[in-house]
Design a protein around this ligand. Structure first.
Ligand code: FES
Length: 107
C-alpha cells in the first residue's frame, strides 16, 4: 500500500444529512465531518482557540461556527475567518465507499 493510501471508516453515510456536522474519531484523532450540499468534508474537531468541539457548533453553508466564542472556519480549506481564532484547522481527504465515510488522517 502506498504512503497516504490508508483510509479509515469513521461513519455511515446515512448518519450525516445535508447541512449537518458529526464528531467522530479516526485512529484516536477527533475529526469533524461536514455535509455541504451532499459533499462530505473532514477537519480536526478541536477549535484552534480553546477547547471546544466544532461538531457542537453550527454549520452555515460551508462555514462551521465554533460553539464557544463563535470563531468561524471554512470547512473545505480549514481556513480561519478571523478573531478570536489564532489559526486554521487541518482538513483531511474524505471519500464515500458504499455507505461508509472514510477519511485519510495519516500520510
Ligand atoms: Fe472556538 Fe473560542 S474555542 S472560538
Amino acid at each position: 500500500m502506498a504512503d497516504g493510501d490508508h483510509w479509515v471508516t469513521v461513519a455511515r453515510r446515512t448518519a450525516l444529512g445535508a447541512g449537518e456536522v458529526l464528531g467522530v474519531e479516526a485512529e484516536g484523532k477527533p475529526i469533524a465531518l461536514y455535509n455541504v450540499d451532499g459533499a462530505i468534508y473532514a477537519s480536526d474537531n478541536l477549535c484552534t482557540h480553546a477547547f471546544a468541539h466544532l461538531s457542537d457548533g453550527w454549520l452555515d453553508g460551508d462555514v462551521i461556527e465554533c460553539p464557544l466564542h463563535a470563531g468561524r472556519f471554512e470547512v473545505k480549506t480549514g481556513k480561519g475567518l478571523g478573531p478570536p481564532i489564532p489559526g486554521d484547522i487541518k482538513t483531511y481527504p474524505v471519500r464515500v465507499v458504499g455507505d461508509d465515510i472514510q477519511v485519510q488522517v495519516s500520510g
